[in-house]
Design a protein around this ligand. Structure first.
Ligand SMILES: [Zn+2]
Ligand SMILES: [Zn+2]
Length: 344
């Protein structure tokens, strides 16, 4: 049964999946020679419906056809082999207190590089720009599909060199409702816009600029460690101008974001010995009736062992203050940036 369940009385939701013969939590390590995301192994994945290929100075968008895959690609996007939502989920409706609905949606994978060991902190700025452009394309297409209320974009990156290291990829999962974490932000932004006429996150960007939690500022973006961090060394990347969606990024802003991502992820990898991390894109839903947020990226290095305080109380304990984290990450990110843009 692929279904979405909603909690008895809160907005918490879960997705339950059918048994796929993989024990929950079991990690399947990928070796480069057997990795289905690696260049040369294209036949091991479903045909890609968006393949970005560089020919000379031009970028071409192509599509695999059955038995004829595009080679020498830069980015590939195809349906996930083990999706968490499916277009044809069987009907499964239940009423409160056992509310359920079918987990209808699309789950796509963007392979960020043909090279297995080319981790996110190492991907160059040009490739990052290609990734962001492809992502924008696919997210736009997903929002045009029936029943899609939200497209959640995220990265899970395992510690470099660990047996569970996987080929760099970005997941895109659509949901028939806006995820609770985004909904909470949207409610807050909407209330503030209605009552005070200002976006609270625009105010946060102003407050954090040049302050003790700033990590890096580029032309169009600000990276900072949030005042309340749920993970040690967590950081956020916000567009400086009020922008509701990743779909609104111009080419110039995309190139600047590529520089920001490469500098901060590269900086984090050097400062923290290439930690495992999760990166989430919080963007507004494109559905007309939904509330908007100030879109941004959240990065959580996964170092913390959560206890009852976090799991049971929603209180996050950290042995690193956001101010100290910003100092460490900032120094390292600024060094990366200087090297990237050729200063010194
Ligand atoms: Zn690979
Ligand atoms: Zn704003």
């Amino acid at each position: 049964m692929v279904e979405i369940r909603k909690d008895y009385f809160t907005e918490k939701i879960s997705i339950t999946l059918p048994d796929r013969g993989v024990k929950p939590g079991q990690v399947i390590p990928q070796k480069a020679e057997k990795c289905n995301y690696c260049a040369g192994n294209e036949e091991m994945t479903p045909p890609a419906d968006l393949v970005l290929v560089k020919r000379g100075d031009t970028l071409l968008k192509q599509t695999d056809s059955e038995g004829d895959v595009v080679k020498n690609w830069s980015v590939r996007i195809f349906p996930a082999r083990n999706p968490v939502v499916v277009p044809n989920a069987p009907p499964s409706y239940g009423d409160s207190p056992h509310y359920s609905e079918p987990a209808v949606g699309y789950h796509y994978v963007l392979v960020a590089t043909p090279k297995h060991d080319h981790t996110f902190p190492k991907i160059d700025i040009e490739q990052w720009t290609n990734i962001l452009a492809s992502l924008q394309d696919k997210v736009r297409w997903l929002y045009s599909q029936k029943g899609v209320s939200y497209v959640l974009v995220y990265v899970n990156s395992e510690k470099e060199g660990s047996p569970t290291t996987v080929h760099p990829s970005i997941q895109m999962v659509t949901t028939p409702r806006v995820p609770p974490a985004v909904e909470v932000e949207a409610e807050t932004v909407q209330t503030s816009l209605n009552d005070l006429g200002v976006c609270p996150m625009c105010q946060v960007v102003t407050t954090e600029t040049g302050g003790p939690r700033q990590i890096l500022a580029t032309d169009f973006f600000l990276a900072f460690a949030p005042w309340v961090s749920t993970h040690p060394f967590e950081y956020w990347i916000y567009p400086k101008r009020h922008m509701t969606s990743i779909l609104k990024l111009s080419q110039k802003e995309m190139m600047d974001l590529a520089l920001m991502l490469r500098s901060t992820l590269g900086g984090m990898a050097k400062a923290l010995d290439s930690p495992s991390f999760t990166m989430v894109f919080h963007s507004s839903s494109e559905k007309k009736t939904t509330k908007q947020i100030h879109w941004h990226i959240e990065v959580y290095p996964r170092r913390a062992q959560w206890t009852g305080l976090e799991l049971g109380g929603g209180i996050y304990v950290s042995d690193v203050t956001p101010e100290a984290a910003a100092q460490v990450l900032g120094a390292s990110a600024r060094k990366e940036l200087a090297q990237l843009v050729g200063i010194r």
